[in-house]
Design a protein around this ligand. Structure first.
Ligand SMILES: Cc1cc2nc3c(=O)[nH]c(=O)nc-3n(C[C@H](O)[C@H](O)[C@H](O)COP(=O)(O)OP(=O)(O)OC[C@H]3O[C@@H](n4cnc5c(N)ncnc54)[C@H](O)[C@@H]3O)c2cc1C
Ligand code: SF4
Ligand code: SF4
Length: 815
């Protein structure tokens, strides 16, 4: 099933991870209009002050997930199950719309140099670059506006910082006048550049040369401004408005299904039947869970609203907000209980309805908000006197992390007991700061503020590292033991390659390579340690590589492959005992090397053959070595005692280009020359090195060759049609073809079928795995596929000279 997610935000990343974890067999593609892979929007402030980079706030994506960036989806065709951007089309089986929200502005700001919204990484970069020397005017006083105000105060750039509210409140309309006055005072006293203007608004502006040079407000005029809009958001659902049922957002049921059973909407773009629209990460991920359960056909209750806890640390105060699903700000039965402490700058603000607690907003509060959440969930009636008695004061201090219920005192205790000195060290003891990530800074600050004995800390850190290493080794050892029990003939033991890997100091690169090759072999990530051990085992198997009638392209491809360091290392340690191109020995010396392997490693060595076998004139078109042995005889002699024979490349498969009409040398492939049907074929021109290493690894890890198709090609590499995974496929389906090199279609990246592309006939993983570290492949680079993995077809007619099956034909050619 092909699941396409539109939008590259938090929901998209969460869903891609969860889908790959729960059902890795499905294809997942993310199509995002942003130029960056998904990142954590809640940390945008850290991009403004430069405390983090876009890479540091990136959300991890599992391997195998497709990602199309700079691709704004503008249209959905429900009948054809396709989505369109301005320049491309993508087919889906299931479509998930996760386009989030778009920020509102008070007037059009497109093209203006000094007016932005605050929703994306580009907005952050713009603010960071352009506020210098400006009078910043921030319109909007919600939580994000307050957080940004806090961040701007850390920058030297702005001359003045005005926070402007049309209403009387800060943070939320439910705030009491006393709370608002206190917050205003704290902000303005902390930074003399800050001025908070309530019941204020822009009434006029002057724009010159794409820049706002002046804004006129009710009470004053601000020259040389820089405007930031934080005046609300609206679901970003334009792409669906013509084709799906809509209200404010895309209408969905509790399983996040839209009116089209193949289309889901999740996150801030979706609207549930009671009008609810998510506005926080936690709710968005719970909606995503509901959608995933439905997509995968698992039983699930669907999304249900729940009591939320929000925390916001701004300036010198901490805001805690607990909101019940029953809370309606407009309900006239709402009653307020406000308990303040001027000395501690503390406000505990309870809102009840029919004697039930429906909301709590605390500033610098010490009330146990988890207890309040439970109270709201149970819906129990409670006397106002109960709150005045302050019975719920948290004995464990403030709640720092609401996602992991991390209270200040508990965390301090953990930090002191375990001598924690960094956020990373805390992981084994608490998840605080790791769920939505918002309080990560606070947790890190708490660690910094909690003194620990440095000697004990060093000792415990060493102990922890030792224990982690031992646990990791035990885990690997357990797997190895299991592997060795299953494969007594091919026991795993660490020897020189392991040392070499660590000596190269490239563990990270090596681990990435292992992950890549594991994913490409369609093995679960749990196999990575086994694959890694399999690599160490590669040097235990002697390999003979014969070059027959060929161009050495496969050897070249293998040694100049995408991960030079890793492949170079593997190549050095792989027991390539005989390879005419690579070995130093020549003439008689090389002959005796070959003879000795055939004799001493009979039944153990693997034979890899590159090139066709000319059979004409009794094989005399190809003679090799000092004795002038024919290629055919050499092959026959070496193949006899081999544990397995692999034909590498198209020529070894069926003669390839060497056997192209009129085939003067009578060239054939290995299987035909030997008259055997147990040859493993890896056709390609050249074959992707990943497919060679993957096949070898499979043999080493499982003591057997991978599952083969009817042409004896490993299914994991040849079980895909190039055409089905090609990024130009949408154009094929739309009859949009390049008709001449350099024409308009070529510039727009249309289908190359009419220029001879044979992708529809080619079974190979090129369009999935690609070449050069997955950066590109021929069709992406503008050259048609010539179906090198498919056999004879590669080297004869053009694709468009060959009749297609009726269902595969472009519409205009269907009879
Ligand atoms: C500064 C800031 C701070 C925040 N802090 C918190 C917080 O502390 N805690 C919390 O819980 N929540 C916070 N939020 C809210 C939280 O980030 C959102 O609830 C969450 O990101 C919503 O996720 P989403 O995937 O629905 O949308 P988004 O994360 O907005 O992702 C939508 C993606 O879709 C892309 N897109 C839109 N239209 C198209 C299209 N037509 N084609 C292709 N791509 C498209 C967008 O470019 C974007 O990449 C904060 C938000 C901001 C902006
Ligand atoms: S014919 Fe070629 S270019 Fe066109 S979609 Fe198929 S593989 Fe891609
Ligand atoms: S793109 Fe086509 S011709 Fe090129 S390697 Fe892949 S299958 Fe062979």
């Amino acid at each position: 099933m092909r699941i396409v997610i539109v939008g590259g935000g938090i929901v998209a990343a969460y869903m891609a991870n969860a889908l790959k974890e729960q059902a890795s067999e499905h294809e997942v593609l993310i199509v995002s209009k942003e130029p960056y892979p998904p990142y954590d929007r809640i940390h945008l402030c850290s991009l403004v002050n430069g405390s983090q980079s876009i890479e540091e706030i990136a959300l991890p994506l599992p391997s195998g997930v497709g990602l199309e960036l700079n691709a704004e989806v503008v249209q959905i065709d429900r009948t054809a199950k396709r989505i369109y951007t301005e320049s491309s089309a993508f087919a889906y089986d299931i479509l998930v719309i996760a386009t989030g929200s778009k920020p509102r502005t008070l007037f059009g700001i497109k093209g203006m140099k000094n007016a932005v919204t605050f929703r994306s990484a580009d907005d952050s970069a713009c603010i960071a670059e352009r506020v210098k020397g400006k009078n910043v005017v921030m319109l909007g006083v919600g939580p994000i506006g307050l957080e940004l105000l806090d961040t701007l105060c850390t920058l030297e750039g702005p001359e003045k910082i005005y926070l402007v509210s049309r209403g009387k409140h800060l943070y939320d309309k439910a705030m009491t006048p006393a709370s608002i006055a206190m917050m205003k005072r704290i902000y303005e006293e902390a930074d003399p550049r800050v001025e908070i203007l309530l019941e204020e608004e822009i009434v006029d502006k002057t724009v010159e040369g794409g820049e706002i040079t002046k804004v006129v407000m009710k009470s004053r005029t601000i020259e040389n401004p820089f405007l930031i809009f934080g005046v609300g958001i609206t679901p970003s659902a334009d792409l669906a408005k013509e084709v799906l049922d809509m209200d404010r957002g895309i209408l969905v049921d509790e399983h996040m299904r839209s009116c089209d059973p193949s289309i889901y909407a999740v996150g801030e773009v979706a609207q549930l039947p009671d009008g609810y629209i998510a506005g926080r990460v936690k709710e968005c991920t719970l909606e995503a869970d509901a959608a995933i359960a439905s997509i995968l056909g698992k039983a699930g209750e669907g999304f249900k609203e729940f009591v939320t806890i929000d925390g916001l640390k701004v300036g010198s105060f901490l805001l805690a907000d607990v909101t019940s699903t029953r809370y309606n700000p407009k309900d006239s039965n709402n009653e307020e209980i406000v308990i303040t402490s001027k000395k501690e700058s503390r406000v505990d603000h309870y809102i009840t309805n029919d004697d039930r607690l429906v909301r709590f907003i605390g500033i610098n509060t010490n009330i146990d908000v988890m207890a309040l959440k439970q109270m709201m969930e149970s819906g129990e009636k409670v006397d106002a006197a109960y709150f005045y008695a302050n019975r719920l004061v948290s004995e464990r201090g403030k709640l720092i992390c609401s996602c992991a219920s991390g209270y200040e005192q508990d965390l301090v205790e953990i930090i002191q007991t375990n001598c924690i000195e960094s956020f990373g060290d805390l992981k084994p003891f608490s998840e605080a700061g790791r769920v939505c990530g918002r309080c990560k800074k606070d947790v890190a600050q708490l660690i910094a503020d909690t003194p620990v004995d440095p000697e004990a800390a060093a000792r415990m850190k060493a102990e922890r590292e030792e224990a982690a290493k031992a646990a990791e080794l035990a885990k690997v050892q357990h797997r190895i033991d299991k592997f060795n029990t299953l494969h007594p003939k091919n026991m795993i033991a660490s020897e020189n390659l392991e040392e070499a890997i660590s000596a190269f100091d490239m563990n990270k690169e090596y681990n990435r390579w292992v992950s890549m090759i594991t994913a490409n072999m369609h093995l679960h990530p749990d196999y990575e340690p086994l694959v890694s051990k399999g690599v160490e085992q590669l040097n235990k198997i002697p390999i003979i590589w014969l070059e027959l009638a060929d161009c050495t392209g496969n050897s070249e491809g293998f040694i100049k492959s995408a991960h030079p360091k890793v492949d170079d290392l593997i190549l050095r340690y792989i027991s390539l005992d005989y390879h005419e191109l690579l070995m130093a020995a020549s003439g008689d010396q090389s002959e005796s090397v070959l003879d000795s392997i055939i004799k001493n490693d009979a039944g153990r060595y693997i034979l890899m053959v590159e090139g066709a076998i000319p059979m004409g004139m009794d094989g005399k078109f190809l003679r090799i070595g000092p004795k002038g042995e024919t290629g055919y005889k050499l092959l026959k002699r070496v193949a006899e005692n081999a544990a397995a024979v692999l034909s590498i490349g198209s020529c070894a498969f069926d003669g390839g280009v060497v056997a192209a009409e009129p085939n003067p040398t009578g060239a054939v492939g290995v299987a035909e020359a030997l008259g055997r049907n147990d040859i493993i074929n890896l056709p390609g021109c050249p074959v992707n090195p990943i497919n060679i290493v993957g096949t070898l690894l499979h043999y080493i890890m499982f003591d057997e060759l991978p599952k083969l198709d009817v042409k004896n090609r490993p299914e994991w590499a040849y079980g895909f049609r190039v055409h089905d995974n090609c990024e130009r496929r949408g154009h094929y389906d739309l009859d949009e073809f390049v008709l001449e090199w350099g024409d308009e279609g070529a510039k727009k990246g249309w289908c190359l079928f009419k220029m001879g592309c044979k992708g529809p006939y080619a079974d190979l993983n090129c369009s999935l795995v690609k070449f050069n570290e997955g950066t590109s492949w021929p069709v992406q680079a503008g050259h048609g596929c010539f179906a090198c993995g498919a056999g004879k077809i590669a080297f004869d007619k053009y694709a468009n000279h060959r009749p297609l099956a009726e269902e595969d034909k472009p519409d205009e050619e269907k009879s």
